[in-house]
Design a protein around this ligand. Structure first.
Ligand SMILES: C[S@@+](CC[C@H](N)C(=O)[O-])C[C@H]1O[C@@H](n2cnc3c(N)ncnc32)[C@H](O)[C@@H]1O
Length: 495
């Protein structure tokens, strides 16, 4: 690790520069080697904060996924349930609001965040979250953050972090919101800053809501993206019942929320017949299986099945209706996850590992119902993938919509006359939703739109507040408390 020249640490007069590569940063949960003798003894950091910083650092260092890494780090650190909950809140909250905290930090430090050492910036983000968005007392937030800075940075960096955090703590959260808003360049920049979303994402959401005549819901949507999602489960129909004490979902007839206990314990003890699944995903799968009665012997295809959440629900529905199901997933590791998910259902479901864009040529007119849950930007699931908003770019939309167009053409070719296709995304971006469906209807005169809104209303327990074109359904986190799933049912005319 490079030594630093001693200099004034006050945030506004410099402090350490970003002159250390991330590759040589010490881990926060191990004693550092080669510590200088004049350093104080290794400070003790509360375990939940140590795990949170570890995950935040892995997300910014090596593109880790917080939702995958956090559970393993919690298990490895043997955190108590209370500490695990705190580590989760700190990690997710910091990553979600990173865009906002960076503006606060830049103001308090008197310099842009790209001129702050990355490991120290992560400590500051976690500290800013505790100071501005939790009830953790300021002195605890500052002291623990300074201890963490000492573990990842030099003495001068620690002094710098201390100065920045104290400056943040000098103002109330409301005062910071006003300061950040006052520094915005325009209205979109103000929304981007305060709700911690990239501007291009805000504009895409505005267009999608406006297409439904609900442009005035934009701020509610952006706020909903920053709230922790509830853990929702499905009881595979015919194979499991929700446990006593569970609360039935408002819309999905097979969904429920738990009684506050450990959902993973429920999943394990039910052998996967009770599973964690967003209510929107359940409605998407059921829209395909329940849009019309199932004839025994129907052949169904899940074209892009990994990791298999909807495939398990489709399999349970196929079993109940006497249909056959094939699942397909291009990526072998994800196909393996599909096999695991399907093990919960006593139905023989072949799992293919083919390129879905070729299946229409290879198996023309072979399937009566097809689910195309297309690879997408995931902009509708920002609540549960807190770092995703910072990883996506507009060019991803262009690449994905080109793939979505090829997949939907292939699915239409694989659909038998009279068959039904559900085109689904967990993104509300128009280029991935309505445009793909409109293009498919233009290119395929044999295809017709089905009133998807009526189908989904018909299977839901309570009426849903759906807006816009009744041929498609767009769910929203702020309205239905689901991911922003898009569902379009399309039928191939019988010959
Ligand atoms: C949105 S996910 C599907 C989620 C799944 N339906 C579920 O509920 O668990 C899209 C999947 O499509 C897969 N995929 C991407 N390109 C594909 C292709 N050309 N053919 C088949 N699958 C593909 C991805 O690997 C990913 O697992």
């Amino acid at each position: 690790m490079s030594e630093r020249r001693p200099h004034d640490n006050s945030p506004r007069n410099g402090g350490p520069r970003g002159d250390r590569s991330r590759g040589d940063r010490p881990r926060t949960d191990r004693p550092r080697e080669g510590r200088r003798d004049d350093r104080p003894a290794e400070p003790l950091v509360q375990p939940a904060r140590r795990v949170a910083l570890d995950v935040i650092a892995a997300v910014s260092d090596s593109d880790a996924y917080a939702n995958l890494l956090l559970p393993t780090r919690i298990a490895r650190a043997r955190l108590s349930p209370a500490d695990a909950a705190l580590a989760t809140e700190l990690t997710y909250g910091t990553l979600r609001m990173q865009g906002y905290y960076d503006r606060v930090i830049a103001d308090a430090a008197g310099r842009p965040v790209d001129r702050i050492d990355p490991p120290i910036l992560d400590v500051l983000r976690l500290g800013a979250h505790q100071l501005l968005s939790t009830r953790i007392p300021s002195h605890a937030a500052v002291n623990e953050s300074v201890a963490q800075a000492r573990l990842v940075g030099s003495r001068s960096a620690t002094g710098f972090a201390n100065g920045v955090l104290r400056e943040i703590g000098r103002h109330t959260p409301e005062e910071w919101r006003e300061r950040v808003a006052a520094g915005a360049r325009n209205e979109d920049d103000r929304l981007a800053a305060l709700t911690s979303h990239p501007t291009w994402v805000i504009r895409a959401f505005r267009r999608s809501l406006a297409a439904e005549g609900r442009g005035d819901e934009l701020e509610a949507l952006l706020d909903a993206d920053n709230a922790a999602p509830r853990v929702n489960l499905v009881a595979l129909p015919g194979l499991a019942e929700p446990p006593a004490g569970a609360r039935p979902d408002r819309f999905s007839p097979v969904g429920f929320t738990g009684d506050g206990g450990d959902p993973l314990g429920l999943v394990e003890s039910s052998k996967g017949r009770l599973r964690v699944q967003d209510e929107g995903s359940q409605l998407a799968a059921l829209a395909l299986t329940r849009a019309r009665p199932v004839r025994s012997g129907e052949r169904w295809l899940d074209l892009c099945a990994g990791p298999g959440g909807k495939a398990a629900l489709l399999a349970a529905e196929a079993l109940a209706g006497g249909a056959e199901l094939v699942a397909n997933e291009l990526v072998p590791a994800r196909a393996e996850l599909v096999r695991k998910a399907l093990a919960a259902v006593p139905l023989d479901v072949p799992v293919w590992e083919e390129d879905g864009t070729a299946i229409g040529d290879e198996h023309p007119e072979a399937f009566d119902r097809i689910l195309l849950d297309a690879p997408c930007t995931g902009l509708g699931a920002l609540r549960r993938r807190p770092e995703a908003r910072w990883r996506k770019e507009p060019k991803d939309v262009a690449e994905l919509s080109a793939l979505q167009n090829r997949l939907i053409d292939s699915a239409i070719d694989a659909l038998a006359p009279g068959g039904l296709l559900a085109y689904v995304t967990c993104s509300p971006h128009i280029a991935e939703t309505r445009s793909v469906v409109a293009g498919a209807l233009d290119r395929h005169p044999e295809l017709e739109a089905v009133g998807t809104a009526a189908v989904v209303q018909g299977l839901a327990q309570e009426p849903l507040d759906l807006a816009g074109d009744p041929e498609v359904v767009q769910l929203w986190p702020h309205r239905q408390l689901t991911d922003a799933m898009f569902i379009a049912l399309l039928a191939k005319r019988a010959q």
